[in-house]
Design a protein around this ligand. Structure first.
Ligand SMILES: [Zn+2]
Length: 418
């Protein structure tokens, strides 16, 4: 998309930026604040400048202070609903803001009218969401066009395509199908590293064609615990899980930060002090931790829950000599649930820790099974091959363990000679 390039000029040297992150390899940090039911996203450019998209229903100032957010080069209101703009007034009061951008679609609520009056009173540059690229350090924020066919606030959510080298993120407010289709038809949806689930994981916040195009590696759902909308919906979760290696939720995971590196890699850090956490990790920028995602099971409890949805059986005794018939030795894993279950990067191990790792993006369709053969072959997503030259599963007893990417045991199947 060719857009008007606007350089955001804001003094550098923002307080609170750890020196280690100011180095050459500094990532862009996208933090999804845990603000209950709503959206509030803080973006920190590699040069330490900040932008923010939405501010939740209440005040996010405590979190901004904890993150060390001083001046905001850019403040975006995706649309005028209170779970997105409720906290903006406080942000505008307490932090200098250079540029304010919204969808230019008026709303009738007092929250909206007071907010706009506040924006007018301040010395803030106001921009409307038309296709344009805003530059924040080395990060490009492409503002997507709004559909002109509707005045609905959700379907006129400001969409932002963030790019930092090979890392990209699509941030879409509460877009529903009409706006998602509009972008898709316009050829604006490309593969992204990170997708913020539109509309808090609502069933109208995704379509399969949209996800086919976006093919996110990572999905973050900004959603409040026990919200009255029943967000996120199971069908949305199933869809996200079938595409993304990892689906994170602010209601379960709290504040979620994704550090994106220009070579396309990323790290996920949970908690309210993500910048400190990254510094503490000895691996430094662009560690291999990004490989180690592949499931929505981020803790042992979730992992155990997933295990109940799967069944595993081992066919250890191949016809004839096992060594001559390696693909008659296999493991079957069945999905007993009505939801697609992502198993990308999970491991299947025997008692002596010989393991097979499922390729990224692997999943088992609802009610279906996948088979892992011992011998050689290439996968079609249903049949997998360990590509071993020798038998793996002992005929006289062994143990098959399925582990998620965090190393949690999902299932353990012990068998003995009969
Ligand atoms: Zn919302």
């Amino acid at each position: 998309m060719i857009g008007l390039f606007v350089a955001l000029l804001v003094a550098t040297g923002t307080p609170g930026v750890p020196p280690a992150l100011a180095a050459q390899e500094a990532p862009v940090a996208i933090t999804f604040l845990d603000v209950g039911q709503g959206d509030a996203i803080v973006i920190r450019a590699p040069d330490g400048r900040f932008a923010m998209i939405d501010a939740g229903r209440g005040s996010p100032l405590r979190q901004l202070t904890r993150l060390g957010v001083g001046e905001l080069a850019l403040l975006i209101a995706t649309h005028a609903h209170v779970d997105h703009i409720g906290g903006l007034d406080d942000v505008l009061t307490a932090r200098p803001v250079d540029t304010y951008l919204d969808n230019g679609t008026p709303h009738t609520t007092r929250t909206y009218l007071e907010l706009m009056a506040h924006v007018e009173r301040l010395d803030v540059r106001y921009l409307q969401a038309v296709p344009r690229s805003l530059l924040l350090g080395g990060v490009s924020l492409e503002i997507l066009p709004l559909p002109s066919t509707t005045e609905q606030q959700n379907d006129r959510s400001v969409g932002v395509m963030l790019r930092y080298g090979d890392f990209s993120a699509l941030l879409t407010g509460d877009s529903e199908r009409e706006e998602l289709d509009f972008w898709l038809d316009g050829g604006l949806i490309e593969e992204v590293t990170l997708l913020k689930a539109a509309h808090h994981g609502a069933s109208n916040g995704f379509t399969y064609p949209f996800l086919d195009a976006a093919e996110p590696e990572l999905v973050v759902i900004s959603v409040g615990e026990g919200n009255s909308y029943d967000h996120p919906r199971p069908e949305a979760l199933a869809a996200y899980t079938s595409y993304a290696h990892r689906v994170l939720r602010t209601d379960r995971d709290g504040t979620v930060t994704v550090f994106g590196y220009s070579d396309g890699r990323y790290d996920v850090v949970l908690g309210e002090d993500p910048y400190d956490e990254l510094n503490r990790s000895d691996s430094g920028a662009g560690s291999d931790r990004y490989v180690d995602v592949g499931t929505s099971a981020s803790d042992g409890e979730n992992a155990a829950g997933l295990g109940a949805l799967l069944a595993l059986a081992v066919h250890a005794d191949a016809r004839g000599d096992d060594a001559d018939n390696l693909n008659d030795e296999y493991v079957v894993i069945e999905n007993l649930s009505r939801t697609r279950i992502g198993i990308g990067l999970w491991r299947l191990c025997d008692l002596s820790s010989r393991c097979f790792r499922f390729p990224p993006g692997s999943s088992i369709a609802p009610g279906r099974r996948v088979v892992v053969y011992t011998g050689y072959g290439s996968t079609d997503g249903v049949s997998f091959f360990m590509n071993n030259g020798r038998p793996v599963w002992n005929n006289n007893g062994d143990e098959a363990t399925l582990l998620d990417t965090g190393g949690h045991v999902i299932l353990r199947h012990v068998y003995e000679e009969e």
